[in-house]
Write a protein that binds this ligand. Structure first.
Ligand code: SF4
Length: 498
């Protein structure tokens, strides 16, 4: 519920005005509410105290009065100048809007040697080189890359398996670096790969250009091999070898891993975390399945409900905290981002947690065939035969993409504060809009929040983390708070892929 300030009607005996606020009853304590300001400041208070505040009955002598004023929930001075801190905080939280897309995903090939049942990208057999990006498309894509204004550009190479078309990775890096001699942008290269069959020559190139490697590791050997089969049944072994070789060549911090959760994975949260610890990872990303590509076809076998995911996540979080208590630092990256939203006023680079949406405004995807999409999910939908979100082609200027029907549809449904359900939600200043996900799952970009998996996940995780912050021991709480700092180090332009 949101209440808007109205000087005449809300000035009560306490001599204050309400500022725009939203509230939510705590699921674990119905007598208290989470109350947020329009810029994401928040406080937990008794429902009866919120009633008094809304009724104009707070007294300046009360500590709650000072607390609500400090959090921009009430104001004693109607002058615009007193709103400056609130507006400044709002600008800070939305700072990702100032520079345009910083994450640019180049899909150099759809070929892959895996046959993952949950694959989101409609991979192609390794022999089908017609699914490789051409030199012409690559040249146009580099021209477009530098049309965007962002001073920091993250260039991520993806597939399929980008190592199967490594010559294109090399030529793109060469073109981008040559062009950057006059552009002077800050460049960061990422390779999203299985890391199988990495050659010494490839490793040397990746090292020379300071690549970060992002791979997929689904958990223990039996689970990884079941989720990510190769004909040789040695996917886990090859991935672990690739991680080791990547670390030796580029450094431990240059290699990160993501896990995709199938219904099998949900049975073994502690085993997955223990596997990451065994392999020396200090962060893990627990992401549910997406309804794209082959994942849609195998949903009956691999799929599960968001309530199952949330139960899994709570057990996994408890185990990660236990691992930290044993002296091994480990964080869960999505939880870190949500905590950073809760505990700091800063902006972040994670494109799925933005309002306005990060699709096309934070990320651009250059597909192997020269089509351009505002997100990886849009590309996956196109691979399934629905090109609603194609922004255009690489030989068209960026201005054409931004005025495309695809971007119009994305932006119209991409501001969470204006969406039905979200507009009244106390978490909206900290949450994001995901119009393409809602289109894929619910058939339209606006979506229906009460039945939205995206919303259930967001609300469930915010509720869980808030409850944990209140009820955990002080040492566990300190661990969660320490993740916030790390999330600012690692989340810049982050997007889950691979
Ligand atoms: S998606 Fe759900 S949790 Fe997020 S702001 Fe909208 S209603 Fe709230």
């Amino acid at each position: 519920m949101m209440k808007f300030a109205d000087k005449e009607s809300f000035q009560g005996a306490g001599g204050y005005h309400l500022l725009p606020l939203r509230f939510r009853r705590l699921p674990w304590d119905q007598e208290r509410v989470f109350v947020s300001s329009m810029s994401g400041d928040w406080s937990v208070m008794l429902r009866s105290d919120l009633d008094r505040a809304v009724g104009g009955d707070l007294q300046p002598s009360e500590s709650l009065f000072a607390d609500m004023e400090a959090r921009n929930l009430i104001s004693t001075d109607p002058d615009r100048s007193t709103l400056a801190p609130l507006l400044s905080q709002y600008r800070t939280r939305k700072a990702y809007l100032q520079s345009g897309p910083a994450l640019h995903i180049f899909v150099v090939s759809l070929r892959c040697h895996h046959t993952c049942s949950y694959c989101q990208v409609s991979r192609q057999p390794t022999s089908k080189s017609e699914f490789d990006m051409s030199g012409l498309a690559a040249g146009h894509a580099v021209d477009r890359l530098f049309e965007w204004p962002s001073e920091q550009l993250t260039i991520e190479f993806q597939g399929g398996e980008p190592l199967l078309h490594f010559d294109r990775v090399k030529s793109l890096v060469g073109m981008i670096e040559a062009r950057n001699k006059t552009e002077g942008r800050s460049l960061r290269f990422v390779l999203a790969s299985t890391l199988h069959d990495l050659s010494e020559e490839q490793l040397a190139f990746l090292k020379d250009h300071q690549f970060q490697l992002s791979t997929s590791l689904d958990g223990p050997e039996w689970l990884h091999n079941a989720n990510r089969p190769r004909l040789e049944r040695d996917s886990y072994k090859r991935t672990v070898e690739g991680i080791g070789r990547g670390r030796r060549a580029l450094g431990d911090d240059a290699v990160s891993a993501l896990t995709t959760l199938t219904s099998r994975s949900l049975q073994v949260p502690t085993d997955i975390i223990d596997e990451y610890r065994k392999l020396g990872f200090h962060s893990i990303s627990l992401r549910p399945l997406s309804p794209y590509g082959f994942a849609r076809k195998t949903a009956v076998r691999n799929g599960y409900g968001i309530s199952d995911f949330l139960r899994f996540y709570e057990v996994a979080l408890g185990h990660i905290l236990a691992v930290n208590r044993q002296g091994y630092a480990m964080e869960e990256t999505y939880g870190s981002l949500l905590l950073s939203q809760l505990l700091t006023p800063f902006s972040h680079g994670y494109v799925d947690l933005r309002s306005p949406t990060g699709a096309g405004l934070g990320t651009v995807v250059y597909d192997y065939d020269g089509q351009v999409y505002p997100s990886d999910e849009a590309r996956m939908l196109a691979a399934m035969g629905d090109d609603t979100f194609s922004m255009g082609r690489v030989d068209q200027p960026v201005s054409t993409w931004l005025t495309s029907p695809a971007m119009k549809a994305v932006i119209e449904a991409g501001v969470a504060e204006a969406l039905p359900g979200c507009s009244d939600c106390a978490y909206v200043p900290l949450c994001g809009a995901d119009p393409i996900d809602h289109y894929a799952r619910q058939g339209n970009c606006i979506g229906h929040r009460p039945t939205s998996d995206f919303c259930r996940k967001q609300m469930g995780l915010f509720d869980l983390l808030l409850e944990k912050l209140e009820t955990l021991s002080s040492s566990d709480r300190t661990t969660l708070e320490s993740w916030v700092f790390r999330s600012h180090q690692t989340a810049s332009d982050m997007k889950e892929v691979a």
